[in-house]
Design a protein around this ligand. Sequence first.
Ligand code: SAM
Length: 288
Amino acid sequence: MLINNTESRKYSGRLYIVATPIGNLQDFSPRAISTLQQVDLIAAEDTRHSGYLLKQHDINTHCIALHEHNERQSAEKVIQSVKAGKNIALISDAGTPLVSDPGYHLVKLAHEAGIQVTPVPGPSAMITALSAAGLPTDRFCFEGFVPSKSGARKSFYQNYQNETRTMVFYETPHRIVDSLADLCEALSPDRVVVLARELTKTFETIRNDSAENLLTWVKADPNQQKGEIVLVVQGCSKPQITEISPETERILRLLMAELSLKQAVKLTVEITGERKKGVYRAALSVQR
Ligand code: SAM
């Protein structure tokens, strides 16, 4: 049922943000289905991809495309239609829109225009993986896709050396071996990592092990290098700035309390003679 309450609202139309299954079609909620059946228009990341899912559930609502390459133009049209009284739903190819998927620009515009935004929650690979990972969930951070190039990926992982929260990353199957190797090097071979693959699908795999063991296992089994993957990584138990000496860290912290990060790094390097790269990374950790 669409929400009917129009009191104290600027426009009678609404924007619905609707989650769709990440694999198992039974995870399509009755509310998501009836919302998509009843709205005037669906903005879909890929109309052909979603067409199959919608048909299967007797959803015959007209669809338009809203993807990363046309989001700005398409969002303007959606906003105009909602202002004219239409109810419009946003869906992505799978899971929750806006989570590593298009939609942020549209939702921002909707708020700016005073349009009511109504979420219809459902699956997201990030939360699904986290819920079954066996790592602390009281505090966690979602960091989206891991960079594709090795150099960028190593420094990306290094930025999390002192992260104490559980971390969730999206990774692609053809990069999983290299990515786990970089993770071992940048964090530690002992760090507990959970590979959550093909969640809610036939070949669902959830394996919790050290980064090193996981790498060996994935390397040896090409089946583990297929499908969709989430990595959940244990936070570090005791944050440490390992790249610089305790004395350098003390100086850096003192300078950072008074100066900009750039100035503090420059002066620390001059005073201590430590390598700029290490001091800079340490400064980023201190800042975080
Ligand atoms: N919006 C989606 C969500 O809410 O999870 C994410 C979209 S993002 C473009 C796609 C990535 O999500 C995949 O590359 C993979 O990392 C992860 N993913 C999506 N479905 C998955 C599944 N069934 N199992 C494991 N990972 C999945």
